[in-house]
Design a binder for this molecule. Structure first.
Ligand code: AHR
Length: 502
């Protein structure tokens, strides 16, 4: 089966915001406790943070991490997480039916972010709380001193403000499951007033308003139109979320779902354009796709805990999806979609980062290891920075009900003009046939292959485990040839490949 791609150095989509490779840590399950934080662990640093996890997160080069939720934030009192640890209250977390010890709060998280070399993206509680708590939290985090909340921060051991730029105005407020769920009008008004107050403190903040929790919400896409109508002039991003599942065990349909993602982004970009025109505004609003991942493997397992059958456990195993090889391909297609939509998607957060639907897993007291999906995330984050190139793709297709003709070849390309490198991220969606790929490169000068990595496996259900962490790992690709403005490569059925030219 043959596929062809044409790419020209001047034919671009957009510069890629590095925050496209962001992630997310929520106070949920073992993400924080025994995930990033485990004071008794042999690798724990002076703050109780696991150094083995820090090392793996650093490898992923995560530029920004959203915190502290998620559904958790909608009933969270941020003040519970400051001050002496021994006097912090234990609270019932209504979102996940667990207990929250508050041993990790904003100070501990900020120190961890410094250790992994990432920026914080903080969410305020617009579910059970509102504007007043949001402005106090902002003052605590970002004001140098001389006011009640900034002086409390100083008294708690942090003299310098953290200067957090990106703030989320609540989480999934369209969802009936959300504590403090609101209609679009109720939320739009609250988000507008909260944003106005936050901007009165600092007009340069980047504010994210909640869009839809998924494209199947009954209020989608009217929610976006109404919420933006209230908030357009005060916000910079509208947040979207999407999770992928393959309960039907239909690989072809599963891998086609990135087309649905693309349509979702396209629709919301259209709504943004509509509101912009309606407001006669010069200002642009972009998409922060701040929760995305595969999430379905653990859902059955979690039902009892979420229904309260185990009481209010502290840091139980929740949402611990065991990712398989098929999910590598899905994550590869999702990341390609974000790169190909880099003109409208500026921030995206892989949900989540450690233990909870995560690329990194830990054993309490034991090792940290990489799930299968670690690898496409790593390749995109490490080599997908620069300018997204517009591709002309000519690929055979297959038909999927509701999504139309889906190309077997899924591909994105990034031009790093500093390094003079072009990187292709390639997925072959075909179950049995190799793709004979021919790329024509125009106006890039002489290029040779400097890296070629393949993820392929004979079993799409293959997983990595703590005992066998290297079952699904990249290996060096072979047989690709680059010369005279051409790249030729054979892409095995159901495989992911990254080819970097310079
Ligand atoms: O990431 C897990 C959960 O998914 C988040 O808490 C919520 O925002 C979403 O529904």
């Amino acid at each position: 089966m043959k596929a062809a791609v044409t790419v020209h150095s001047k034919y671009t989509i957009s510069d890629i915001d590095p925050r496209l490779y962001g992630s997310f840590i929520e106070h949920l399950g073992r993400a924080v406790y025994t995930g990033i934080y485990e004071p008794d662990h042999p690798t724990a640093d002076e703050n109780g943070m696991r150094r083995d996890v820090i090392d793996l997160v650093r490898k992923l080069k995560v530029p920004i991490v959203r915190y502290p939720g998620g559904n958790f934030v909608s009933a969270y009192n941020w003040e519970d997480g400051i001050g002496p640890k021994e006097s912090r209250p234990v609270r019932l977390d209504l979102a996940w039916h667990t207990s929250e010890s508050n041993q990790v709060g904003i100070h501990e998280f900020a120190e961890w972010c410094a250790a992994v070399d990432t920026e914080m993206m903080l969410a305020v509680n617009l579910g059970s709380r509102g504007l007043d708590e949001a402005r106090n939290f902002l003052e605590y985090v970002n004001h140098p001193g001389g006011s009640v909340w900034s002086d409390k921060r100083r008294a708690n051991g942090r003299a310098e403000p953290w200067g957090v730029k990106v703030w989320c105005l609540g989480n999934e407020m369209d969802g009936p499951w959300q504590i403090g769920h609101k209609t679009a009008d109720e939320y739009g008004r609250l988000a507008h007033e909260t944003a106005k107050a936050m901007r009165a403190f600092d007009s340069s903040l980047e504010l994210v308003v909640c869009g839809s929790s998924n494209a199947h919400m009954p209020t989608y896409p009217e929610w976006e139109a109404t919420v933006l109508d209230h908030t357009y002039n005060e916000v910079d991003y509208i947040s979207l979320h999407m999770y992928f599942e393959n309960r039907a065990k239909n690989t072809a349909n599963y891998l086609a779902r990135s087309i649905e993602l693309d349509n979702y982004i396209g629709t919301v970009a259209g709504v943004i354009a509509y509101v912009k025109a309606k407001k006669r505004s010069d200002k642009s609003v972009y998409i922060s796709f701040d929760e995305w991942n595969v999430w379905y493997h653990s859902k059955e397992r979690d039902k009892e805990t979420l229904a309260g059958a185990h009481g209010w456990p502290h840091a139980p195993a929740l949402l611990e999806d065991d990712y398989n090889f098929e999910d590598v391909l899905q994550v590869g297609c999702i990341l390609n979609t974000f790169i190909n939509r880099a003109d409208v998607v500026k921030i995206a957060c892989l949900a989540q980062l450690v233990n909870v639907i995560a690329p990194i897993m830990t054993v309490p007291g034991g090792p940290a290891w990489r799930q299968t999906i670690f690898y496409p995330s790593y390749f995109a984050s490490a080599y997908g920075r620069g300018t997204a190139l517009k591709l002309h793709v000519d690929s055979p297709t297959y038909r999927v009900e509701g999504l139309g003709d889906v190309p077997y070849l899924d591909v994105s390309a990034v031009h790093d003009t500093d390094q003079k490198a072009v990187t292709f991220f390639i997925v072959n969606r075909h179950g049995t046939e190799t793709l004979d790929l021919n790329v024509r490169l125009i106006d890039f000068g002489a290029l040779t292959i400097v890296d070629d990595q393949v993820l392929a496996h004979s079993d799409i259900n293959a997983t990595n485990t703590a005992e066998r962490p290297d079952n699904v790992v990249p290996r060096k690709g072979d047989g690709a040839v680059a010369s005279d403005g051409r790249l030729g490569a054979r892409i095995p059925p159901l495989s992911y490949r990254m080819i970097r030219l310079r």
